[in-house]
Design a protein around this ligand. Sequence first.
Ligand SMILES: *[C@@H]1O[C@H](CO)[C@@H](O)[C@H](O)[C@H]1NC(C)=O
Ligand SMILES: *[C@@H]1O[C@H](CO)[C@@H](O)[C@H](O)[C@H]1NC(C)=O
Ligand SMILES: *[C@@H]1O[C@H](CO)[C@@H](O)[C@H](O)[C@H]1NC(C)=O
Ligand SMILES: *[C@@H]1O[C@H](CO)[C@@H](O)[C@H](O)[C@H]1NC(C)=O
Length: 390
Amino acid sequence: MSLSLITILLLLGTAQTQRTTPDFMMEYFQRQLQQLEGRLIKCEQDVQHFSQRMYEMSKEIHGQTSKSNVLKSEVKGHIDTLAMRLDRVERDVEYLQNKIPDTDQVDIEDSLLENQMKEAKLKKTSVIPKDKDCSSELVGIKSLKIVKKAGDANGSWMKDPTKGSAKIYFFSGTRNSTILAYTTLKSFTEANSTKKTEVIHLPFPWHGTGHIVYNGFVYYHNADTNNEILKVHLSNRTVTDRLLLPGAGRMPAYSLSPHTLLDLAVDEMGLWSIHADPDFGGNLVITKLDHSGLAVEHTWDTNCNSRDAEAAFIICGTLYVVYNSHYGGRSSIQCLFDIHDTIVAESIPALFFPKRYTSHSGLHFHPKDKQLYAWDDGYQTIYKLDIKKI
Ligand SMILES: *[C@@H]1O[C@H](CO)[C@@H](O)[C@H](O)[C@H]1NC(C)=O
Ligand SMILES: *[C@@H]1O[C@H](CO)[C@@H](O)[C@H](O)[C@H]1NC(C)=O
Ligand SMILES: *[C@@H]1O[C@H](CO)[C@@H](O)[C@H](O)[C@H]1NC(C)=O
Ligand SMILES: *[C@@H]1O[C@H](CO)[C@@H](O)[C@H](O)[C@H]1NC(C)=O
């Protein structure tokens, strides 16, 4: 239709410049206009037909949803998720558009460019060799068990991942110097558990919900600093190591858990830290740490954004990021980053957590149990994971 219009306009233009309009041309315009009008009428009919269908469909949907309240809230949940995903896609597009520089305006020092290319090459080639025992991917979240309701709305808890240990550590709130420890999960859940509680006072307060207990030490973000990780011996509470994590602590690791700037994690490969980088569009950066000397081994920039993220965890060198909405909906894993490049995001669909409205302020993976220890609005819960060898 637009093509014919252009033709007419062109012809009109020609006619006007010639200042004469022969009859045959008028006839031609008439015919074209009649055709156009015919098509317009057809178009209008189509639209009417379509809106009638839409009306019928919406009536049908309305009828279906009013059948039961449960169904309604489920549909709403799906719509919320869809809206959230659409929102994310839109933001991604916007982000990409902002990221693509106008080449005319880019004027980078040649040497700088060269250095950046060298760095990029380095990042690609120095991938940690793949551990034979550690090639698995998360395929689903099997079940949810609510263990206890204790402490603040935000916090974190975990089972000691050290071999042979069954100890439970409890960090209530987002800033404190105290940890509670329990000998077993059973003693943690018992109503009279306070009698068996070990109270541990640390030399410096912790911040956020990203703490880790590993091999007799507690690793945590020192609340009096932006980006210092402390390693403290649990038995005598002495600081054995400190690390200022480069570039970390300038924004929350996850926008829905703003109290956590530095998130620590343990997987089959060892100790990790996760933070978001404002210079990198708020994307997450993961760092493999040497837990014995508390040193940086390697850093990866991931494609996962901290926007609308609430938590993350690492399994076999793959970062899984959990997203939600501001008012707490169904959490789902919608982004992953594999340092080995074997698991690609496209190969797995978005993984949803079991049906329950949640907001996770802390998630800790236990490599032996293949379980997540989660803090959900003051409830301590455990998720069993479905992990497949690849
Ligand atoms: C610190 O933690 C302990 C034990 O969980 C708790 O009793 C205390 O109220 C907390 N202090 C603050 C300031 O949150
Ligand atoms: C705590 O409660 C459990 C059962 O709930 C009981 O078997 C145990 O003896 C109690 N322990 C103490 C120290 O009261
Ligand atoms: C703390 O305990 C560990 C392990 O028992 C020991 O190696 C370390 O020397 C102790 N530190 C101090 C200051 O006592
Ligand atoms: C817990 O965290 C949420 C999300 O960051 C925040 O809105 C809320 O105020 C926090 N609650 C407490 C008691 O700190």
